[in-house]
Design a protein around this ligand. Sequence first.
Ligand SMILES: Cc1cc2nc3c(=O)[nH]c(=O)nc-3n(C[C@H](O)[C@H](O)[C@H](O)COP(=O)(O)O)c2cc1C
Length: 425
Amino acid sequence: MTKLKFLTAGESHGQALTCILDGLPSNLALYADDINKDLARRQKGFGRGGRMKIETDRVQILSGVRNGKTLGSPVSLLIENKDWANWEMIMNPDTLSTSAGPHHNVPLQKGEAVTRPRPGHADLTGALKYGHRDLRNVLERSSARETAARVAAGAVAKKFLSEFDIQIVSYVTEIGGVKQIREHRAQSTVKTLLSLFKKAEASQVRCPDEKAEEKMIAKIKTAMKKGDTLGGVFEVAVLGVPPGLGSYSQWDRKIEAKLSYAIMGIQAIKGVEIGLGFEMAGNFGSEVMDELYYRTQNTEQRTQTKTQNPKRQSQDLSGGFYRKTNNAGGIEGGMSNGMPVIVRAAMKPIPTLKTPLSSIDINTKKKFLAAYERSDTCAVPAASVIGEAVTALVIADCFLDKFGGDSMEEIRRNYSGYLKQIREF
Ligand SMILES: Cc1cc2nc3c(=O)[nH]c(=O)nc-3n(C[C@H](O)[C@H](O)[C@H](O)COP(=O)(O)O)c2cc1C
């Protein structure tokens, strides 16, 4: 990220999560509730563990906003951990917790050093790398609790993008091998994507397909009974993106590279695809290239200086040029091409299991069957909301890179000048 930068801090059971977001223009209308609604969406989903019942995430905007508008200075955000009350003795930076004392080899109790690494987690490698003898020092930060701060930052980016009629949506397409049945992905128009999103918002697992949703919930219930966990696949779509975000001129300016980086940065994400992705590799070129067409724009479209319709079709943004398919997922040559940007991500199953897995105690070096800490069974719906957030941050960064200015007014002028240039191309 070059123009919009952010850093998060905070431990899972620490006092709070914080985030500093720098590079926003002045005069963007921003209220805590713009952020809170996404924080609530991140907490939902059938298959979450007990922690989400304790937390009701609310953000405090600590700086960078005055009278409901950004100042152009760094925006800092704070989300309190309600669970802190139960962990203060253990996590307090200023007092010695039990776990700071001699190492114990007795079964895991709250406050004692954690010495039993969970397979699939950061526990063992983090301890080896940082020289920690208490795995809590690793798991507190590697935990996906951190993503609440990223979702908060992403909500600000979404608010910024919404001023330019750019909308980010997501939905779950697969959980534990149960797949959503729907028309060919390439047919994904703005209208279809909005309808998938609407259905996903009403679904317990963010799946737009009711039949698949039922099967997914049944599969999660089976996993719960067995003390096992599940992963899955979600898709994020960006609507209303103009052509030309990102660039072919250097490898690290390619928008799909930036998106993949951000999506892969989410805990437990192990695969990313753009558009048809891996499926494209098995086809003839003639089957998957999105052919180009042109439709003369009407007077209203040609004279329009400010776009106000979030549901506008891609040819409105591309000066009459359009494609009937979107196998490329809205990206060609490292640039958005004016079609919806489609990113898909694969999440591995949650690594903390009730079903014991074989591991080694770091003190005794003896084999044991991994101990269980409160955990999710499936968090793909939450990951999909996190996917929206990091996608929003990347798209906002690319947008600022192209149309950047210090105030919203300046960026609006730059953007409408560019849209005019495209309409008159
Ligand atoms: C929304 C979300 C919730 C998660 N919840 C848990 C959880 O409750 N228990 C757990 O062990 N891992 C959970 N994970 C996954 C771990 O954070 C992740 O697997 C771990 O940090 C190791 O990193 P890696 O999978 O990226 O290699 C969650 C991930 C996400 C995105």
